[in-house]
Design a protein around this ligand. Structure first.
Ligand SMILES: [Zn+2]
Length: 475
């Protein structure tokens, strides 16, 4: 049993409740972030919509919701899914997002601190608090991005930027072990440094308008509701809500059984999958199936000059790729400082993650003649890479289309139009990778290179202590 300042189960309960509250906040973010700044009228006052104004209210009768009826999950249950004043149905999406977030927070905490999924992680609460906090911010950001992408086919860039900032801050403040790291003086470290300088250069050139913008709308994927009302989830009938409610209950029972019957590692994993499913059944099935409010994305994908426009994005990628290549062959005396190893590891993950999706977008567009992937998927994947690191981002890259394909088949069976946002699948693959990324890569590397084990490479795996020399074989 690890040494703890608090009893484990008390802390687990706290993390679960915290997750439900964060889920409640995410419900607000999901609806308000894309429409932020739009003029709205609430109780005879007209002002710009912010994350905190107007207060939570019923969209039909405009009555503000008292705090004690706004308690995550239980508030909705006590109201039996109806507005206290006008009795109109409240979508089960809200409690499902709250419960799903709570379960994901719980699974991360128990996975790392009880089941020791990440064997090198510090088991004490405060010793491991900083990387844990990074993961919680990571998961929260991914859930918000997933739901906004599912609704509006956009991802506000604030979300990937927040995740990247959290990852970078963790390096400086010394979040140990769970962050990706590379040996600074190695080829990987130099690639990361050169690529980052190139990326900054590209952004400066773009800002100075030396470099052209593609599609005139790329890099501003924020919604525009100036000529229409803020979209709201139409209140469902109780009959429409039952399948979601029953699915949520069944998943919760399965998770409870897993904790009773299975070993901790399996139970933590079941909790993670269950949390994702609860979140997805809350977010994915909604009546807005043709995104009128995301015209810009559809405009972009209908652009007849897609091939010409995408070529401008190749220009943007030339400085990072070019400088990374140059730096790799230049002898740079980078000191072997742990913070620098973490910083370069985060930057390498950021570049590799964003780069793979962006190259996929460019190649796909050149081949098909229409835009292959949303402009915001690359920043999202860059943020994912910054947290999980360059090797594990490959797992995300290959896992995401598999998850997307499953959802495409569900839509096909239901006879619904096959319009797929990619953000949710990148996000779910990224959350899964927190648990399975490291074992999958070790297994795969073992298949490919049975002789020189992966531990001897220049990449320091998350959870692995810094090693003086390559002596240890595969785990
Ligand atoms: Zn009402």
């Amino acid at each position: 049993m690890p040494k703890m300042e608090f009893p484990l189960w008390l802390m687990a309960g706290f993390i679960f409740v915290l997750g439900c509250c964060v889920g409640s906040f995410l419900n607000v973010v999901i609806w308000r972030l894309p429409a932020r700044g739009t003029l709205v009228t609430f109780q005879n006052r007209t002002a710009r919509l912010t994350l905190s104004w107007p207060p939570s209210h019923c969209p039909v009768c405009q009555n503000a919701i008292a705090w004690y009826r706004n308690i995550p999950v239980f508030g909705w249950l006590c109201l039996r899914g109806k507005c206290h004043t006008c009795r109109v149905a409240i979508s089960p999406r809200y409690p499902l997002v709250e419960l799903g977030t709570g379960l994901l927070f719980l699974s991360l905490y128990l996975g790392f601190f009880l089941a020791h999924w990440n064997s090198g992680a510090t088991p004490t609460i405060f010793g491991g608090a900083l990387p844990m906090l990074l993961y919680l911010i990571f998961v929260s950001g991914l859930l918000a991005a997933s739901a906004i992408d599912a609704d509006f086919f956009i991802i506000p860039l604030e979300i990937p930027y927040l995740i990247m900032a959290a990852a970078l801050a963790s390096c400086i403040f010394g979040a140990p072990k769970m962050l990706p790291a590379v040996v600074p003086a190695s080829v990987w470290g130099k690639l990361a440094l050169g690529g980052t300088v190139g990326l900054l250069l590209s952004n400066v050139l773009l800002y100075l308008k030396v470099m052209p913008r593609s599609f005139d709308i790329a890099n501003c994927p924020r919604g525009d509701w100036s000529d229409g009302p803020m979209p709201l989830i139409p209140p469902p009938t109780l009959k429409q809500s039952w399948p979601q409610i029953i699915a949520g209950i069944v998943i919760s029972i399965i998770i409870a059984l897993a904790w009773l019957l299975c070993v901790a590692r399996v139970a933590a994993f079941v909790t993670m999958i269950g949390g994702m499913l609860v979140f997805l059944i809350g977010v994915l099935p909604h009546p807005i199936n043709v995104p009128d409010d995301s015209r810009q994305v559809l405009e972009e994908s209908d652009d007849i000059n897609a091939r010409r426009e995408i070529s401008k994005e190749i220009l943007f990628l030339l400085p990072p790729i070019g400088l990374a290549m140059v730096a790799a062959f230049v002898p740079l005396p980078l000191p072997a400082e742990p913070w620098l190893a973490r910083l370069l590891g985060v930057l390498l993950g950021l570049l590799v993650g964003g780069g793979t999706i962006w190259l996929t977008r460019i190649l796909g567009t050149l081949v098909m003649g229409r835009v292959a992937m949303g402009a915001a998927d690359a920043p999202l994947m860059a943020a994912i890479g910054a947290v999980v690191g360059a090797p594990a981002v490959a797992v995300v890259f290959f896992l995401a289309p598999i998850l997307g394909l499953i959802w495409a088949m569900v839509l096909k069976v239901q006879g619904k139009p096959n319009i797929l946002p990619y953000g949710p699948w990148l996000s779910m693959a990224a959350i899964l990778t927190l648990f399975v990324g490291h074992p999958v890569i070790n297994w795969y590397a073992g298949q490919l290179f049975p002789k020189p084990p992966v531990n001897q490479s220049t990449i320091i795996w998350p959870g692995e202590p810094a090693r003086p020399a390559a002596t240890k074989n595969q785990k």
